[in-house]
Design a protein around this ligand. Structure first.
Ligand SMILES: [Zn+2]
Length: 399
């Protein structure tokens, strides 16, 4: 009798779990579908310039293509216009414009699917017309070549944020990488007079000041000068992983006070302090194969893909769990509230992502994880997009 009773209880419990899981599946997919989903950083554009066609199925080659943006329910995608330090004076601005040209061409080829958004109203229109709003962010102050007219011109073409530095410092702003290297004299750290002019000009234009990649001193100088809420487009939490690209608690509190928003990067190396060691061990175990692929001039990212296909279980163990992304998010929420956090995946700019987040198509799983953490529908809507919209609106120039 007792045995029967517990069997019945087990049966009821398992039916409950199935129903509950089913309800969760429906809820998270519906919620994700209905919410405005904004991703503030994607790096696929540089490959588009090199000839990659986002209209094709690029599964296994990239994190992003048009079909997978749709599957992922992405409503607003900021495409990063990026170049390394070799595109400085005389080259950076032209190169940025070529990338913008290629994005314009993509939008022009798909007018029923994409809409170039320069204002909050454009985003609203895109939502109404069921198109993805395409936005432009310029990643690296070196591309304005110390010229405010170039900043104006990039804004005119639709750039709505400028990341003050990439890994390289400019003459007017020091980067996180350079500041953390410990070799930069104090007098070179932060913003100089021209750097402060850049921030003020961006405030006047309605261009978001992006502080990802900024050195700590640059961060403090910029947040002091900016009269508008700032954006941190693709960074994580220093307290959980003390990486120079992540924000300290003091910085997170300052963004909260400023009314800005921090969009979390999905890179395993920013999320997980143990990732680098695990990955190095994995690459060492297969060193012979890595070497022979290198001799064939395969890039490290294509070698990683090759290894992941050949050793799927091992490769999976190298990646952190998706819940770690939620730990970073929870930390920001505990410090400053749910109004100051969002998603800035860095897809196609990073070599490893948490398990389950294989591409832009997997964005709904972040919504599922948020529900599982107990966030309410209203809170999830803020995280997915409304926080960004608040900051974007607050940055609009006065009429
Ligand atoms: Zn970056």
């Amino acid at each position: 009798m007792k045995k029967n009773k517990s069997a019945v209880i087990a049966l009821v419990l398992s039916a409950c779990t199935r129903i509950c899981n089913g309800a969760l599946a429906q809820t998270y997919q519906q919620l994700h579908e209905q919410a405005l989903v904004v991703d503030t950083h994607n790096d696929v554009l540089i490959s588009v310039l090199e000839g990659l066609r986002l209209e094709e199925d690029l599964s296994g080659k990239t994190h992003s293509d048009l079909a997978r943006f749709r599957q992922g329910g992405v409503d607003v995608q900021v495409f990063s216009v990026w170049s390394d330090e070799n595109y400085g004076k005389g080259r950076g601005f032209a190169f940025a414009n070529r990338q913008i040209d290629s994005l314009y061409a993509l939008v022009a080829r798909h007018p029923h699917q994409l809409l170039l958004a320069k204002t909050p109203q454009d985003i609203q229109q895109a939502v109404q017309e069921q198109k993805m709003a395409v936005m432009i962010g310029v990643e690296g102050g070196h591309m304005i070549e110390e010229n405010l007219a170039y900043l104006d011109s990039l804004h005119q073409r639709g750039a709505r944020y400028l990341t003050l530095t990439w890994n390289n410092s400019t003459s007017w702003a020091s980067s996180a990488k350079d500041e953390a290297a410990g070799t930069m004299p104090q007098s070179r750290k932060g913003l100089n007079d021209f750097g402060r002019q850049v921030v003020r000009r961006m405030n006047a234009l309605g261009m978001l000041v992006d502080l990802s990649h900024a050195g700590e001193q640059t961060f403090w100088d910029a947040i002091q000068v900016s009269s508008k809420p700032v954006l941190v487009s693709h960074s994580c939490v220093h307290a959980l992983n003390p990486h120079a690209r992540n924000l300290t608690d003091a910085q997170i509190k300052a963004v909260g006070k400023n009314g800005g928003v921090i969009h979390l990067n999905f890179f395993s190396g920013f999320l997980d302090p143990k990732f680098e060691k695990r990955e190095a061990r994995f690459l060492r175990r297969h060193a012979a194969e890595v070497d022979s692929l290198r001799k064939k001039e395969r890039s490290m990212s294509s070698i990683r893909l090759w290894l992941a296909r050949k050793y799927p279980q091992e490769a999976l163990q190298v990646r952190p769990p998706l819940t770690l992304l939620l730990d970073h998010l929870d930390h920001i929420v505990r410090l400053v509230g749910v109004e100051h956090v969002g998603l800035g995946s860095d897809f196609d700019g990073i070599t490893s992502t948490p398990r389950q987040l294989d591409s832009v198509a997997d964005m709904p799983l972040v919504t599922k994880a948020l529900l599982e953490r107990g966030y309410s529908r209203a809170e999830i809507e803020k995280i997915l997009g409304q926080n960004f919209m608040r900051v974007f609106r607050a940055n609009q120039p006065a009429e």
